[in-house]
Design a protein around this ligand. Structure first.
Ligand SMILES: Nc1nc2c(ncn2[C@@H]2O[C@H](COP(=O)(O)OP(=O)(O)OP(=O)(O)O)[C@@H](O)[C@H]2O)c(=O)[nH]1
Ligand SMILES: [Mg+2]
Ligand SMILES: [Zn+2]
Length: 312
């Protein structure tokens, strides 16, 4: 008999499936299931709906995955700089929560903008959580206000968060945002992703670890993505910290589409295939010069265009 369930954990060699009755069963893959369109290191990702059959050996019953249902969307990154292979971080997402920090460690705007492009390309809304706000001095608070004024008009909600200051706790600032959704929580190692999950759902009991004193960097404590249900129809996927990820699957002329403010000016460019670098009569460049497009956004756009690595 074939059953259907939801992948809530994937290590690459074994999986956990949440079954129809919400019980959880260990699973393996039957033979090789490969996606037709993209090469990935993990054929089955957290968030995938799969068909499976039950098998037994001795007194142990486990699931064998036979089929992956098609995905609504997914977040993806290059496995590493050398390989052209991609890793699906998670699939079928309603929201990506990008956890960033202004210090200890500091998240760059370049990283934020790359993340926003990848999420945009797969039609995943993003909420930015500026975590560890208990450590902010008055300049940091101003910096946050500045970034909020930059990103919110572009469609990215910005929240200050803290797992230490109760006024900004995940339960008070984030819980309502996550309601009735499947959300991914992503960001650099050490920004507090697992700490946030643990406050929302103490039962999750995810391991957390202090950041290193010398480098102010996280220690890659979470090693596999895993989905947790914070209530019956709200799920949060804790993920390993990412350093950076190449932009995958996008043509050069496509990248501007995922900068909402660039997209807004593009129709006025003289050339259809304008890449908004130094083409004549480029409306985007004019908007940047006039201060209508933030310098950081325009330069990050150019840098994505520059080390663009097309994925085959
Ligand atoms: N000051 C402060 N420290 C925090 C906050 N949230 C988390 N931390 C600390 O930051 C460190 C890293 O937290 P984790 O939750 O392990 O970070 P992570 O993002 O899950 O890291 P990886 O699993 O390595 O990707 C821990 O020492 C936490 O106690 C916060 O709001 N304020
Ligand atoms: Mg973690
Ligand atoms: Zn242009």
């Amino acid at each position: 008999m074939t059953l259907s369930g939801l992948i809530i954990k994937s290590t690459g060699s074994w999986y956990k499936i949440r079954q129809a009755d919400t019980s959880i069963i260990d699973a393996r893959i039957k033979g090789k299931i490969r996606l037709k369109t993209i090469k990935t290191t993990n054929p089955v990702a957290v968030g995938d709906w799969v068909d499976y059959e039950l098998e037994s050996s001795g007194d142990e019953t486990y699931a064998v995955i036979t089929q992956i249902h098609s995905r609504n969307n997914y977040m993806i990154r290059k496995s590493n700089n050398l390989s052209k292979q991609a890793q699906i971080i998670a699939s079928n997402l309603d929201l990506a929560v990008l956890v960033v920090t202004l210090s200890a460690p500091r998240t760059s705007l370049g990283f934020i903008d790359r993340f926003l492009v990848m999420a945009g390309a797969y039609h995943i809304p993003v909420c930015l959580v500026f975590n560890k706000c208990d450590l902010y001095n008055s300049d940091d608070v101003l910096h946050f206000e500045h970034l909020k004024a930059l990103y919110e008009p572009l469609g990215y909600k910005c929240l200050m968060g803290s797992t230490i200051d109760a006024n900004y706790s995940p339960n008070s600032v984030l819980k309502s945002v996550l309601q009735h959704k499947t959300s991914l929580i992503s960001g650099h190692s050490g920004v507090g992703k697992s700490s946030i999950l643990n406050q929302l759902l103490p039962l999750a009991n995810q391991k957390t670890n202090s950041i290193s004193d010398s480098h102010q960097k996280g220690k890659h404590t979470t090693t596999f993505a895993e989905m947790f249900f914070i209530d019956s129809d709200s799920a949060l996927i804790d993920t390993p910290g990412i350093r950076d990820f190449g932009i995958i699957d996008l043509e050069k002329t496509e990248i501007g589409h995922y900068f909402p403010e660039i997209r807004a000016y593009m129709p006025k460019c003289k050339f259809n295939d304008c890449t908004h670098q130094n083409e004549p009569e480029c409306a985007v460049f004019k908007a940047f010069e006039a201060g209508q497009i933030a310098g950081s956004r325009y330069y990050n756009y150019l840098s994505i265009l520059d080390n663009q690595d097309i994925f085959e």
